[in-house]
Design a protein around this ligand. Structure first.
Ligand code: SAH
Ligand code: SF4
Length: 376
């Protein structure tokens, strides 16, 4: 069977090399060719013996994801839509800023959590991405961007698992992908600059703390179980008290001394000063050092929800700030290309399912607004 080398972290690649009868250290060379130099074939790997290259050609591939579309916003945000087969597509978004370049990466085609305000959630779950499919998003975009921007050094300095899907419901594929991102022979990203965002899969938060403690963002969206049960159905399984206890435990292993709580501002639903006060009480009660990231809601018709207006967001933020919590309001970026996580891919999948592939281009060009992650 042909192996996709993007499926392996360095340890996995070493085991693969051993199976080929090669020394484990060959894996390091191979890994660097793939991830640091962006090699897509074996012939260019000039310092590997020809016999090894021949073996690799017979038994392995470096499998990219086909690009369905790429759109660049006036502000430099670039969004790619990748084909993952069977009419499913996932997206990655690159957000350049003066001091960093962030890639927003998808972990699943669709999502089973079904949050009310999320178009990926409305779309339902198709399947987990493989490690190779998660890594391929970074592999392709990093090396594309180096060429595109004429740079030889690293372009992507931060990765946020905030694209489509719930990363902690695809744990076994996620962890090796994170290791590739962190590995000095891979992308060499620091643990502080790789963020897993979760809707609150409590047992997997504990496992991540042991296996690969990167920065953690938790999508809270409500200060009470009553409200959160409605917005994030997973809350019925893992209520707030358990979730916040898991956050507290995670901090003993985390690369940062705070958890980022994401909070999507929904008009008239979760956005009053009273909600903000309850939120303060909640995190104080559970003694979780944290920052808040308020996300303006990206509306889509099926949600029946609308975005809180700026004054309301400001008033909400003011309560949190006054209580001593660092609070950011996510900036709007990529307005002209609809770079909202999950949104566009949902459209495409619905249409490709209906066999209307031809309409794809038109959908891509539709203007819309959006927001970006603000992890440092
Ligand atoms: N499943 C993970 C990560 C992907 S979603 C999670 O839920 O955390 C990334 C972030 O985008 C989450 O905070 C999510 O709540 C938010 N989000 C989803 N749909 C949104 C929308 N329509 N408008 C604004 N933010 C949204
Ligand atoms: Fe899934 Fe996250 Fe969307 Fe909820 S917000 S449905 S967990 S992708």
């Amino acid at each position: 069977m042909t192996a996709n080398l993007l499926d392996y972290d360095l340890e996995g690649l070493a085991a693969f090399c051993e199976r080929l009868g090669e020394k484990r250290f060959r894996a390091t060379q191979l890994f660097r060719w793939i991830h640091q130099k962006g090699a897509s074939g074996f012939d260019q790997m000039s310092d590997l013996a020809k016999s090894l290259r021949d073996k690799l050609r017979d038994s392995a591939v470096i499998q990219p994801l086909p690009v369905l579309s790429q759109h660049e916003s006036a502000d430099g945000t670039i969004k790619w839509l990748f084909d993952v087969g069977d009419g499913n597509a996932v997206e990655s978004v690159f957000i350049p800023e003066t001091d960093r370049g962030t890639l927003c990466v998808s972990s699943q085609a669709g999502c089973a959590v079904g949050c009310r305000f999320c178009s990926t959630g409305h779309q339902g779950f198709s399947r987990n991405l493989t490690t190779g499919e998660i890594v391929a998003q970074l592999w392709f975009t990093e090396h594309f961007l180096r060429k595109h921007l004429g740079r030889e050094d690293r372009v992507i300095s931060n990765v946020v698992m905030m694209g489509m899907g719930e990363p902690l419901q695809n744990y076994s594929a996620l962890v090796p992908a994170l290791r590739v991102m962190l590995d000095d022979h891979g992308y060499g990203l620091s643990r502080r600059r790789v963020t897993v965002s979760t809707s609150g899969v409590v047992p997997m938060i504990d496992r991540l703390a042991q296996d690969c403690p990167v920065a953690l963002a938790v999508s809270l969206h409500a200060p009470t179980d009553e409200l959160r049960n409605q917005l994030v159905p997973l809350n019925q399984k893992y209520p707030l008290s358990e979730l916040l206890a898991a956050c507290q435990r995670y901090l003993q292993h985390a690369p940062r001394d705070f958890i980022t709580f994401e909070y999507c501002m929904l008009d008239g639903v979760n956005d009053t000063p009273e909600h903000a006060r309850q939120l303060v009480q909640l995190v104080r009660e559970h003694r979780v050092p944290c920052k808040f990231n308020l996300i303006p809601f990206n509306p889509f018709p099926a949600s029946g929800l609308t975005r809180s207006c700026n004054d309301i967001v400001e008033a909400f933020a003011a309560v949190l700030t006054a209580a001593g919590f660092v609070t950011t309001v996510r900036r709007t970026r990529g307005d002209d290309i609809d770079a909202a996580c999950g949104q566009l891919a949902g459209d495409v999948r619905d249409r490709t399912r209906a066999g209307e592939r031809m309409s794809l281009r038109r959908i891509m060009l539709k203007p819309a607004s959006d927001t970006i992650p603000q992890e440092t």
